[in-house]
Design a protein around this ligand. Sequence first.
Ligand code: ADP
Length: 730
Amino acid sequence: MKQNLPVLLLKGLILLPSNDIRLEFDNDISKTIIDVAGIFHNNLIFVVTQKDPLEENPDINDLPKVGVIGRITHKLELPNGKIRVVITGFRRAYVNEYLNPDDDITEAIVSEVPIEEIPNDISIGTIRKLYHELEKYIKNVPYISNGLLALISNTKDISKLTDIVVTQISLSNERLMDYVSQVSALKRVEMILEDIYKEEQLYEIEKKIDSKVKKELDNSQKEFLLREKFKIIKEELGEDTFFESECDELRESVDKLNCDKKVKNRLLKEIKRYENTPATSPEIGIIRNYIDWLLNLPWNIYTKDYEDIKKVLKSLDESHYGLFNVKKRIIEYLAVKKYTRKINGTIICLVGPPGVGKTTLAYSIAKSIKRNFVKISVGGVSDEGEIVGHRKSYLGAGPGRIIDGMRRAKSSNPVFLIDEIDKMSKDYKGDPASALLEVLDVSQNKYFKDNYIEEEYDLSNVMFILTANSVSSIPNALLDRLEIINIDGYTDLEKLDIAKKYLIPKICDSHGLKKVKIDDDFILDVIRYYTKEAGVRELERKISSVIRQIVTNMVLKKSKVSNYILQVNDVSKYLGNALFFNNNISIQPQIGVVNGLAFTSYGGDVLPIEVNYYPGNGRLILTGSLGDVFKESAKIALSYIKANYELFNIDYDLLLNNDIHIHIPNGSVNKEGPSAGVNLTTALISAFTNLKINGNIAMTGEITLRGNILGNFKRKYSRNRWIKRKNNGG
Ligand code: ADP
């Protein structure tokens, strides 16, 4: 059935059958169309949507050929002159012709689309299929409302059902227009299925993209957030700019270093790590510490040696008395270096009792050849790590003493004094002596690697000087590589010389005193009765004490007299009562008493060895804190005498029927070693032959069972001379 209806042309809005649209008009044409529909067409109106929503006056030939007949169900005239209408679509209709009786209102001759004949089973199956697919679709795509299923649950008409569904799923206007123009309901079902499949797939892709983007966003956002927070914290703490400029400064310092590229790269890497580590991390201090160590080591910084050998010798003479061997050796070292332009591989080790000038001489050597000086002490070290550093994984790790010394030296070729190498010990933490070997070995130390620093450091230009108190306790492996130079203790007269020429001028100078005349006897008294040492350290202290008192007196009495003369009677005035007496030695000839010589930390001492015997049965009694070897010496001496009693004119019965007691006074001091053998033998012979032994003789030496005497005679000779001079009073 054809009918003539006014056309309502929509832009961007679509009316489908079984759906409503709400519209508001304020233009006269639309109002007229609504009026015409109400007055002449029983509120029926033909609704189409123009294809191009931007077109103001579309050509009627371009208008859709299928539209929807709708009924105006509500109409309201608003006070502002507008009218509001609700139009309900109820049937598709073909357009036979658009009419344009006048310019304003378009009419159309339309004929309703006939109702499609669909067999029942197809209809039911199609509806069920659509229902299931929609169910799935709603489940998969969350932005489709659940209400859709409720809307269609009671609808048995496929055509109506499709028209309700399409407005509920998300479709573009163009697609909706396709639905309007599709007159077959079954076709529309296919279209719907196609659309929801497509939509599901799109949603899957969307989801994937979403989760990927979200993940990336999550990570970058997290980092961003943390960095932002970190920045704010730093700003709050006022560290921000400081930190950045600090890193820049570090980089500049790296640039200025004269080190290997490898070390530079390492440093730059560490600075980067430092920069990227949060200030709150415990790592940061560790990294910074490491950077500081690398930056502050002297990399290829060399001082130029002063090579005027005569002047070097002169300056050594000016600072130290005697010590000819050492000075000679240093001069040789310099001469060879100057001649060959190569580093001399031998390592000098100064061995001698404390206070004989080992350390100060090493310092003077450095000063005289104009090298930097650095000193470390390895006394008491039992951990290898103390020498070559601890690995960074170690808690509180740091470099070893060698690298620490190099840092302090501030040049790559200093004079490096390693003190007390005989006081190292070895335990479960490794052997420091073997670590030291690595340091000193010229063939290896060019590539010295500290465990903490981890980069090679060239030690081959360092002049190492070692010191020890005694050779016997230097580890053997080390001893092998060293050139030992012994500095024996000084005699009283040598000490007197040192005091007059070196110590007193030095002390007076440091106290601002010009003229103090100190008598030799005064000094000798200080040496003999106020000090007991091989070196002159204590002597220096005592003289300093005297000088301090003079200065204090001058200040208190406000006297300007600086012309002090110190005589022997003044000693006790300044230093109190004498501290040491040599009253255990008698110079009177005696029977059964022999002076022995002992090696002590203060150089040496004279100890009388006493023998007595009384009726008994040949027992040997030994007293005076004697060690095992000492006791064995006594037994050897006695056996030797028993075996040779005729030679010494000794009555053998005396040896059998008496107990023999040997004693060494000063029982609080431990005595050990075989070198009293000769004294023990002499004292025993003296006791059993009643021959007196000269009191101004002292001796030392090991005796064998066959009566041979072993020992270093050169050394004993100088000791004897010392004893003689001492007993003669000078
Ligand atoms: P060591 O290292 O052997 O224990 P030091 O080098 O510390 O001894 O010397 C201690 C003090 O004795 C220093 O003040 C030093 O100047 C002085 N001294 C030692 N021997 C001499 C010497 N031969 N000439 C001048 N001064 C000396």
